[in-house]
Ligand binder design. Structure first.
Ligand SMILES: NC(=O)C1=CN([C@@H]2O[C@H](COP(=O)(O)OP(=O)(O)OC[C@H]3O[C@@H](n4cnc5c(N)ncnc54)[C@H](O)[C@@H]3O)[C@@H](O)[C@H]2O)C=CC1
Ligand SMILES: O=C(O)/C=C/C=C(\O)C(=O)O
Length: 493
């Protein structure tokens, strides 16, 4: 194991290519959500650390990074991806320590996507054309217009705790591929993989100042100082909608652009003509994967009445079969929530559901765990039925392993209920009738529709939500729109 992992264990800041404790002298404990035990300490950055990181990022724009050819930059990002893969086990260990998620999940989803996010955008920037127009002029010679994409500058990256490496690199990948520099403020809950990435950046020769990390909280801490910093040119954020609103207020000063990927209360619609095996397998993942802590997860399920009882019974069976346990137990299907605080939030919704009149089909509480895990943030996978559509548990994002299932009789009714939300991120449709699938998909007010699948990701496609689920689209060329400034050059011939 390399020294960098030790630095990551202590969650130091990474500024201008060097690990540092900063000057604030403040630290907080990093607590394992699986056991409740202390993993290490995190150094909290305040204004001086943010100033230093933004200054380093600004300077790097004018150094070797700013003059690097597209090919060189793209090769360097390929090397970053290879560097993540070369230290796969270190990233895996760091991610598991921070989140407690099952090893199988982190090794198939989180860490490989961390590497893929760099490769995808390293390829994309070399292959995406800009527009070009010939303009007729009275002298007959014309004028040639063509677009040039330039980096936006210093990008602030505020990332969440649910898929720490995946979601952070989903922003850092396109930002660096486009020639920007970044200052990342990872979630205070999950500092380790972002810190470790600094080591990879140095190993492969990314110039100092291109990738910076400052740890801390949101309000009155690193997050707020970073988003308010006048040296930041644009802000990309994934997290709660209310936090997004606060960050937008900071961004308003200086008219800085924001890209926001926020919450969801995503519907799943299961038609009677579905393939039941596929629908159950996919819905099990969309409700319970990552302990329900995925913004794309399904929290509302609408099932056509003839198969309602069968569907509820099959999902119950699946939920009760899942083993909750330690990350490295190969039989573990579900880990803990991210923190005791989040556990309290999810449990308060379990209690509220009963108060609102729900039938608890399964779960609804805290599971019995072995002694070594008893201090962790565990909750039972939970299935609810019987609530009216205006119940808070049907309207508000819970972000835990829980869903509410409602029967429907007509396609129009299902669509109306699915769309009756202030969010608009993702939906999953289960039907073997593809004509119906096309018809319904177009009528859903969401950014992403999966038909007979869930979380099947093609990184070239547009990713993001409407309404309170976010602003803008990430992924493919859509991400490049945000991370670059498009200039037009007009040449009179
Ligand atoms: N991917 C998603 O859609 C996510 C949604 N959530 C939702 O948000 C709820 C609360 O979780 P939190 O961790 O508190 O999410 P959050 O939105 O507060 O945190 C996300 C990131 O924003 C930062 N942040 C918080 N306040 C900030 C501020 N004023 N200025 C700048 N940065 C700030 C945090 O430090 C963290 O890095 C969850 O229960 C869940 O419902 C949480 C994480 C991810
Ligand atoms: O696949 C992705 O790019 C993102 C997946 C999940 C989220 O965005 C989230 O849970 O916030």
């Amino acid at each position: 194991m390399k020294d960098g992992f030790t630095a990551a264990r202590d969650a130091l800041h990474f500024i201008n290519g060097a690990y540092t404790k900063g000057t604030s002298g403040r630290t907080f404990d990093n607590i394992s959500p699986a056991t409740g035990q202390k993993i290490g300490v995190v150094h909290e950055g305040l204004k001086p650390e943010i100033d230093a990181a933004v200054e380093a990022a600004r300077a790097a724009l004018h150094g070797p990074w700013g003059y690097m050819s597209l090919t060189q930059r793209s090769e360097l990002l390929y090397a970053v991806a290879d560097g993540i893969n070369a230290r796969f086990d270190d990233f895996l260990e760091a991610e598991i320590l921070d989140t407690g998620k099952p090893k199988g999940l982190a090794s198939h989803v989180d860490i490989p996507r961390g590497a893929a996010n760099f490769k995808t955008f390293a390829d994309l920037v070399k292959n995406v054309p800009t527009e070009s127009f010939m303009l007729d002029t009275p002298d007959g010679f014309g004028a040639l217009n063509y677009g040039v994409r330039k980096p936006k500058g210093v990008i602030a990256v505020i990332s969440p705790w649910n898929l720490p490496l995946l979601l952070m690199t989903w922003k850092v990948g396109p930002a660096l591929a486009s020639g920007n520099t970044v200052v990342v403020k990872p979630s205070e809950e999950t500092p380790l993989t972002t810190t470790l990435l600094g080591e990879v950046m140095n190993d492969v020769g990314v110039p100092p100042g291109v990738f910076n990390v400052v740890h801390g909280f949101g309000p009155d801490s690193a997050g707020a100082f970073l988003t308010a910093h006048p040296g930041v040119d644009a802000i990309t954020f994934t997290g709660e909608t209310r936090t997004g609103e606060i960050i937008m207020q900071s961004a308003a000063k200086g008219l800085r652009q924001v890209s926001m990927e926020c919450g969801g209360k995503n519907p799943g619609i299961v038609f009677a003509d579905c393939d039941m095996e596929k629908a159950i397998e996919g819905t099990m993942r969309s409700v319970f994967a990552n302990c329900g802590q995925v913004c794309l997860g399904t929290e509302r399920i609408y099932v056509e009445r003839p198969i309602f009882d069968q569907f509820v019974a099959r999902l119950k069976e699946g939920a009760e079969f899942m083993k909750l346990g330690a990350s490295d137990d190969p039989e573990t299907a579900m880990g803990p929530l991210i923190s005791k605080e989040h556990q309290q939030k999810v449990l308060s919704y379990y209690k509220l559901a009963v108060e609102e009149g729900a039938t608890v089909v399964t779960g609804g509480g805290v599971p019995d765990m072995p002694d070594d895990l008893a201090g962790g943030a565990w909750v039972q996978p939970t299935i609810l039925t019987g609530l009216p559509e205006d119940a808070r548990c049907v309207k508000e994002e819970i972000f835990g392993p829980v869903c509410h299932i409602t029967p429907f009789d007509t396609e129009d009714e299902a669509i109306a209920m699915a769309n009756d939300t202030e969010y608009g991120l993702a939906a999953a449709l289960w039907t073997e009738d593809l004509t119906r699938a096309h018809r319904v998909a177009r009528r859903l007010d969401v950014g992403i529709v999966w038909v007979n699948s869930w979380f099947l990701r093609d990184l070239r496609t547009a990713f993001g939500g409407s309404n309170q689920s976010g602003i803008g689209r990430e992924g493919g060329v859509h991400g490049l729109e945000f991370y670059t400034e498009l200039s037009n050059v007009c040449i009179k011939l």
